[in-house]
Structure formats: C-alpha cells, structure tokens
Design a protein around this ligand. Sequence first.
Ligand SMILES: *Cc1c(COP(=O)(O)O)cnc(C)c1O
Length: 387
Amino acid sequence: MEIKNVLKRNISTKVVHGCKCYDPHTGAVSFPIYQSATFRHPGLYQTTGYDYSRLQNPTREELENTIANLENGKFGFAFSSGMAAISTILSLFSPGDHIIVSDDLYGGTYRLFEEIYKKYGMEFSYIDTSNMQDIENAVKDNSKAFFVETPSNPMMKVADLKKISTLAKSKEMLLIVDNTFLTPYFQRPLELGTDIVIHSGTKYLGGHNDTLAGLIVVDDDILAERLKLVQKSEGAVLSPFDSWLILRGIKTLGVRMEKQQQNAMEIAKWLRNHKSVINVNYVGLPDHEGYSVSKSQSSGFGAMISFDVKNTHIIEQVLEKVQVIIFAESLGGVESLITYPVLQTHSAIPKEMRDRIGVTDNLLRLSVGIEAVEDIIDDLDQALDIS
Ligand SMILES: *Cc1c(COP(=O)(O)O)cnc(C)c1O
C-alpha cells in the first residue's frame, strides 16, 4: 500500500508516530489490533479497502507504511519472519540467475540459499563485499543481484553501498541490503541507491526479544507489485498482533539505538584492553577497517560487537558464567545477549568458509542491550577472568 502525506520529519519523531499516528476512527493513540481474518463488503463490487487479511490487514498495513516511511521508500511489506521476507525476495528470480552475496552473513540466509534455492537452479557466489575489486570480479553474464549485509554478521565488515549501487545499475542488477544491524535509525540504504531493503524485525525494530517478524521496503512500483503478488500468494504474512508488537517496539527505536550504541562503544574499548581478548570487531572504533565508509553512509555504528578470546577453553567458561548478559541466539533487544557463532548462528556455514571469513572457534558475538554499562562490563570481567 502506497503511503500518502508522508511528513518529512526527523527520524526520532517518525519512529514515535508511525504512519497514521493514531486510529482515524476512534482517535486511539495506540493503533488498534484488527484481529479479523475477513472484512464485510458493503455491496457488490464494493470494498472497504480490506477484503481478507492475507491480502491486507489494517494493523499490518500501519506497520508496512511505518517501515516504508522510516526507510524513505514508498512500499513496505511485513512477513512472519526475516527468513520469510528473504525467501519472498528470492522468488523474484529464475533458474539460472546468479546472486552475489556477502560471504560473512547470517547463517540462516546462507542455509536458505544453499539448501533451498540452489535446488531450483539458482547460483550464489559468496565474496567479501567490503572489497570493491572482489565485487567487480564476481559479476558474470547471468548475475542478477547483490545481496549485502553491512555491517556484516558476525565480522562487522562494512560495504560501500553507493559504490555497489553504481555498479549494480551499470550491470542492470538489483542491490538488496539486509539492514537489520543498523535499522533506518542509523542507515537508510534506499537513499544510497539500494533497490530492496530487508529486515529481521525480530531484532532492533521489535527490540524486546519477544516477536518474530520480517520486513521489506522498496521504492519502485514494479518491484512492489511483484512482491505484493508473492506476499499474498505465498501467505507468510505477519499477524495483526505481531504487527502491533513491532509497531510498539519501533516507538522506542531511537532511544534504544542511542543507548545501545553508547554502551557498545564503551564495552568495545574496554574489551580491547582485556588480557583474555585478542581482537575486537566494532565499527565505531576509529581504526576499524570500515570506519570511514561507515561514517560516510550511516549516522551511527550500531551495537553489535564480536571478539576473539585468547584460548578456546575460555569460551565455555564465559558462556556459563555470564549473569547480566544472557547466553542466547538473536540480537538487537533490550537485553544483552552473547552467542557463539560457530555453534549457533553460523553452524550452517561450512568450516572452510568460516575459517576464510574469520568465524573461528575463539569468536564470540555480543549484542549490547540497554542495561547499565558498568553492570555489563563487570559481568564480562568476572566471566573472562582466568586468574
Ligand atoms: C536474524 C536475522 C535474519 C533472520 O531473521 P528471522 O527473523 O530470525 O527469520 C536475517 N538477517 C539477519 C542479519 C539477522 O540477524
């Protein structure tokens, strides 16, 4: 559904107000949950604009328009998970099409490409998308799209979206960006020439580790029409209640992102000086490889950190000893979470590829929450202690 009357406001205001801001029928400030599968037609050939909730539902529509508004795109789509959103995008392609993918990416995305879509004759190449030369070298006659995560997961490499989008346009390819880590609060890929933005709304947008969701935003009418067809035909849509939970989460996106980033910066600096830690990947550290590209295309660095510990045997100790930080998959919520990528988020990626990108047995990934930063640091300190 195309949004009308989008007010050009600051992103901190836009997140609070959503698209319609309130229920136009009752004035309810919390947008209502339209828990209805179907809608009464006033008469033959007549519709209220809603027919059946797989096609459209007012609560889902408010979320779809809100995310489109935040990403500065025209059309938003909400799905039952991030993976459902990515799968929907892949149905835009045909057997024989080639997609160039960030080699350092969410393991579930890799699994979807390799174990599901490859069977249908699609081809995927995994390369370092922070390296323009590698990207150019990967383009073949049948290349149809770039699928990029930036910062990447879990190594936090930064891709230059403007440069990749220029290349994509010259080759008539699409640029698809997974913007889960930074959210539109810090990065709006459509403004940098990206064609399709996707999100796991489960992470920062929802923000409370309580709801699965996936979102897509595009600006192009033809792409929007094709995505709408897949969305309503395949039916992996987000429920009205879950749409409402994500809308509620988005209201505090601005304050959460600011606080999480502030905490992450302090923690990254602290970790770097810890004797059990050998390497810290956080985009906000000025000597990070992607720092200057990040400065040029994003207004923040986010709150995801990965780091290598000196010895593999410390890993088990850390994961057992953390008390404030929770040892669990996922990221982006108010609670700080720690994961062990080789066994969790990236277990679907073959060892040889993991070794190449740096996802080693010594790597931990930390999603920094909104707790008091001293408490997170104290917790890491006692968990990493090897005396
Ligand atoms: C979690 C995640 C996904 C998958 O989303 P789900 O909501 O878990 O299906 C995709 N991309 C990134 C970067 C993620 O972190």
